[in-house]
Design a binder for this molecule. Structure first.
Ligand code: MLT
Ligand code: MN
Ligand code: ZN
Length: 307
């Protein structure tokens, strides 16, 4: 580990697919946000940036909002010459639109590594619009599960399967829920003795996942819904969280309960859907989450793991 380096993260977008408020939504949270109510802060779609030196950065997922996110994050601005970016790598945790849509914005001939499991790379390969990423500049690397790889110079990472499902636009007639494979992964960041995790989509905390997370310094975890039937209740959708491949925060099988006894120094919910009442400051659900030791991510949140 290089001297003077520290694992650092910027939450670029803390919301789930659609963002908050979402373009066509008038659920309770979105109505407050459209009205400019100070209890609700707008959030863009799911992405973080990671670095150990503040010079070179990796994007983990690339949301359709990437341009706005970069504009709002000075560390990611071009710094030298006529063309430059501090973004050296882009790593994907699934092929959902909120995680790959922004790749189309990164097409103007700057070199970076595009990293994902073989299955996610296949999805990109099969979609010719991603050919705008000129292979002379963008190198696509397939990353095997459970194998440490160099994400940035001096920063190792590892991908691991979590229960999930295929991307919405690839669902067939009979979608398989809760599958553990290359379609939905979490990321482990390893820097010296520090371990941090980013898991923006997860259908269940398996015993194996709980064991993996035990002793972590930092956990960023799927905070899509408060309640499994929340979108139906809000009158904005017909799907449960389980059907979308996301476990909810509350309830006996929710993430608050599933992770309560696991030793994690700092825990933060990300990928928060616009229907989730935890997005309203002062809500009872926000209080419950915070009393359980969790933080609610916001765009521009900076997280630091010191060694
Ligand atoms: C999800 O996280 O469930 C997806 O991003 C949904 C979507 O594609 O909009
Ligand atoms: Mn999503
Ligand atoms: Zn909404």
């Amino acid at each position: 580990m290089a001297r003077g380096t520290a694992l650092q993260m910027h939450v670029l977008g803390a919301a789930a697919g659609g963002g908050s408020p979402q373009w066509n939504c008038r659920c309770e949270v979105c109505r407050l946000a459209w009205a400019g109510d100070p209890r609700v802060t707008p959030r863009t779609q799911s992405s973080i940036a990671v670095s150990i030196d503040g010079e070179q950065w990796a994007l983990i997922n690339c949301a359709p909002d990437i341009l706005k996110q970069l504009q709002q994050t000075p560390a990611l601005h071009p710094r030298e010459g006529h063309r430059h970016t501090p973004i050296a790598s882009v790593l994907l945790t699934n092929a959902d639109v909120d995680h790959v849509g922004g790749l189309l914005n990164l097409r103007e001939s700057s070199p970076f590594r595009l990293l994902a499991t073989p299955m996610i790379q296949d999805v990109l390969q099969q979609n010719p619009i991603f050919e705008v990423l000129n292979p002379a500049y963008v190198t696509r690397e397939s990353i095997a599960l459970e194998t440490a790889f160099t994400l940035l110079e001096g920063l190792e990472a590892r991908l691991f399967a979590v229960p999930g499902k295929t991307a919405l636009y690839l669902e067939g007639e009979n979608v398989e829920l809760g599958i553990e494979g290359e379609s939905t992964v979490g990321v482990e960041f390893i820097h010296g003795s520090q371990r941090a995790y980013y898991i923006p989509g997860c259908a269940a905390v398996t015993p194996g996942l709980a064991e993996r997370l035990d002793g972590a310094d930092l956990l960023l975890f799927d905070g899509t819904l408060w309640r499994d039937d929340e979108m139906i209740e809000a009158g904005v959708g017909v799907k449960t969280g389980a059907r979308m491949g996301h476990m909810s925060m509350s309830g006996d099988d929710g993430s608050l309960a599933a992770l309560a006894d696991i030793d994690v120094a700092r825990r933060v919910f990300v990928h928060i859907n616009n229907t989730n009442p935890v997005l309203i400051a002062g809500s009872s659900q926000r209080g419950e989450v915070e009393r359980s030791g969790w933080e609610i991510a916001f765009d521009g949140m900076e997280l630091m793991c010191r060694t």
